[in-house]
Design a protein around this ligand. Structure first.
Ligand code: GDP
Ligand code: MG
Length: 370
């Protein structure tokens, strides 16, 4: 059968490519906009979108982040969401821990911190930064493949005694492809063999010109181990965030993305949701993937119960009827009936896809291109 790229299909359908990618993801096919899909899949998409238009348009069924726009006057500043990437052993985890520990401003240092997959740090001016605590390219690329762009800024960690390595270069490429601004953290400057200048020169070969070389990309020399220059790194994030003028409408029903999910023996299914617009409240009814639920309780990164969470705030949500996947869209809907309808509808689409076509894997997606 003929193959068509997602982009071309979107054009023909008069839909946004990103919306098609999202739908494909829900159907179990993580493809990017430039990849080709087979005719059956294309038909299913057309059907799904048609179905949606006939039956459930004017509703919030298929809302994804970046779906219908909030009007400019509803937008308020929101904290930046930061992901740390870099080669293994270059200090991603150490840096995340050091930054979290350096959060003395909120008075939480030494207190009980909870691993929920993301956390917020307060800066001296009381503004906040959200870190995704799932370092590495897997989380980043996987979420991006599902059309979920949760990261505003990437911090590229490069060990000063080791220089650019394969995963550093991969991270650079992913960041460029996502169009996300980068800050370079040259780590391990405490080590005898540290050579930050060599790192800057190597970055040049990958078309990254840091400020110290007269370019625009901020670079900060740090030591996660000795906790050197962490304040400078946070300042760099703050500055970059100001340039981005990040905003969201907090006064609407919440939408977000799952950054981590698990089944807890005592508490049942748990998902950490990064709220991206609107405000999530205890009691809200939601759909995440094909799972519906009602927010029974929310727990923040400091282990405290909270009643609400606004844009860029990560919270662990209790009250799910199943375990979603990282990257799943989380959408608050108006009532139970709507939640069940949306969840059932999504499940039908998923089931039909499973029974009508062979399981899709990377191999046959590539094969269908030929
Ligand atoms: P990841 O794989 O990128 O998450 O790297 P880790 O944070 O696990 O760090 C790898 C190793 O490098 C560990 O043994 C750390 O203690 C060490 N390390 C991390 N940051 C620094 C640093 O700034 N200076 C020194 N000397 N060692 C560091
Ligand atoms: Mg690590």
């Amino acid at each position: 059968p003929e193959a068509i790229t997602v982009q071309e299909l979107a054009k023909r359908m008069g839909e946004r490519g990103a919306d098609l990618v999202k739908s494909l993801f829900k159907l179990g096919m993580p493809v990017t906009i430039t990849e080709a899909i087979d005719q059956d899949t294309a038909e299913l998409l057309v059907e799904e979108f048609g179905h949606r238009i006939n039956r459930v348009s004017e509703s919030d069924v298929e809302i994804g982040v970046g779906g219908e726009q909030d009007s400019p006057e509803t937008l308020r500043p929101r904290p930046p969401v930061v992901t740390i990437m870099g080669h293994v052993d270059h200090g991603k985890t150490s840096l995340l821990d050091a930054i979290r520990g350096a959060d003395v401003v909120s008075g939480e240092a030494g207190g009980i911190t909870q691993h929920i997959g993301a956390y917020q740090v307060a800066l001296p001016d009381k503004s906040k930064v959200t870190f995704l605590d799932t370092p590495g390219h897997e989380a980043f690329t996987e979420m991006r493949a599902r059309g979920a762009n949760v990261t505003d800024i990437v911090i590229l960690v490069v060990a000063a005694d080791d220089g650019l390595k394969p995963q550093t270069i991969e991270a650079i490429n992913h960041t460029k492809a996502a169009g996300v601004p980068m800050i370079v953290a040259i780590n391990k400057i405490d080590k005898p063999g540290a050579n930050p200048q060599k790192v800057r020169e190597e970055l040049l070969q990958h078309e990254i010109m840091v400020e110290a070389m007269g370019g625009e990309v901020q670079d900060v020399e740090v030591s996660a181990l000795k906790k050197t220059n962490l304040d400078k790194l946070l300042e760099a994030i703050h500055l970059q965030a100001e340039l981005l003028e990040l905003k969201a409408n907090p006064d609407r029903s919440a939408e977000g993305t799952v950054v981590e999910a698990k089944l807890d023996k005592g508490r049942g299914p748990l998902a950490t949701v990064l709220v991206q617009r609107g405000t999530l409240r205890v009691g809200d009814i939601f759909v995440v993937g094909a799972i519906s639920g009602k927010v029974r309780a929310m727990i923040d990164d400091k282990g405290r119960q909270v009643k609400e969470a606004g844009p860029s705030v990560p919270v662990e949500v209790l009250g799910l009827s199943g375990v979603p996947s990282a990257g799943d869209l989380f959408t608050v809907v108006e009532n139970d009936a709507r939640a069940r309808e949306v969840a059932a509808y999504r499940q039908t689409v998923i089931d039909r896809k499973r029974t009508t076509t062979a399981p899709v894997n990377l191999e046959n997606i590539f094969a269908s291109k030929e």
